[in-house]
Write a protein that binds this ligand. Sequence first.
Ligand code: ADP
Ligand code: ASP
Ligand code: MG
Length: 443
Amino acid sequence: MDNKDIKVVKFGGSSLADAGQFKKVADIVLADPARRFVVASAPGKRHSGDTKVTDMLYNCYELAAKGEKFDNEFTAIEQRFNDIITALDIDLSLADEFDAIKYAFAHRAGRDYAASRGEYLNSIVLAKYLGFEFIDPAGYIRFDETGAFDLETTRSLLAPKLLATEKAVIPGFYGSMPNDTIKTFSRGGSDVTGSIVANACSAVIYENWTDVSGFLICDPRIVDDPKPITTITYRELRELAYMGATVLHEDAIFPVRKAGIPINIKNTNHPEDRGTFIVSDTAETSRYTITGIAGKKGFSVINIEKDMMNAAVGFGRNVLRALEKNDVCFEHMPSGIDTMSVIVNTESLIGKEKAVLDEITFRCHPDKMEIENNLALIAVVGRGMRKARGTAGRLFSALAHARVNVKMIDQGSSELNIIIGVEEEDFETATKAIYDMFVLTED
Ligand code: ADP
Ligand code: ASP
Ligand code: MG
């Protein structure tokens, strides 16, 4: 087959949660011979209130690492896989695999190893069901000594392997370190594996199959039935993914972007829906002024005041050096003439508040300084905002009508996004108000 025809398909946890979902996945994969490389997640939730296999593995390993008994927890994990195998009626026993994993747990093989077994086992089952080869990414997806993903080495190992393989299932979420121990990406990392595989085989497209019909304008847990985005650029998506639109792992963009491979987010439960195309550039004007809205809670702001700050050369640099010294990243830094606010992730500041404030005092001698917590950030993103006049005005009038107090505003110079900071308790109200203003009233 011509290599140019390869499609890489990744199925998320909910798409592979039980035998019924496996059947849908097989129908999708087998409907198109170009779908040659399948990246699989561990079984996810079958219904709300259920537990993902990855979480079951973390919990089970925690007991093992403490030297406590973990048989019951492990049996529940075995059961999830055995239920799938039985219902699909495939000729496969994972008994030896379970024994090996249990042994490794008892001998403290590591938390990452433990978590990775969900995708490992699920991919063995899926490969058998589809009649595809199974490729263990431990031998191909590599991290460097610092724990950073190593695209060059990975490509040099994975590309020839894929070239020599007709069809395969590859577990998502993990690879290995130079000393061959297993390492996982952060949560949701099977998306990253899919992107790496697409890069390594120069796929025409990376199809990311999930439980929603594409990237929606905003989180469906906040707004009921939001409209899907038909086409979005990598840059817009990165802004949204970073700010909490978790459909796609934020690091899944780089490997495909580098190779110019589009991503299509599709719904396993509604394969006929077009889904969302993520592309490097598009001439398609977006239907609405904005492309999407996303946000996150859990930020803090350090407010700094000093008379004549505008004339103090190096003031900003000194503030940032104080953060750097304490290993704290900053997210935004809106400033006035005599004021500066530095927004940081609250978690990264916990336990370091005093050290950071002391360091800023030492370096900058501010007149006044305070830390405010419980800030939520909302990013309003869209390539169409550059052309539309009055976007900021409409945004703030929508928030004012909804009685939301805006605590911070930051507009990137690319005019691709406006970031606002609001009290955490106003987060949902603000998101809904923005959606109503830019989507419902523009329909
Ligand atoms: P998978 O298990 O397939 O990787 P995820 O749970 O990681 O799926 O991502 C899909 C989920 O992301 C959706 O079910 C939805 O609840 C959530 N989500 C958050 N923001 C958005 C958004 N803007 N568009 C679509 N889904 C979103
Ligand atoms: N199973 C892993 C998780 O739950 C990775 C993934 O699903 O992408 O985070
Ligand atoms: Mg996911």
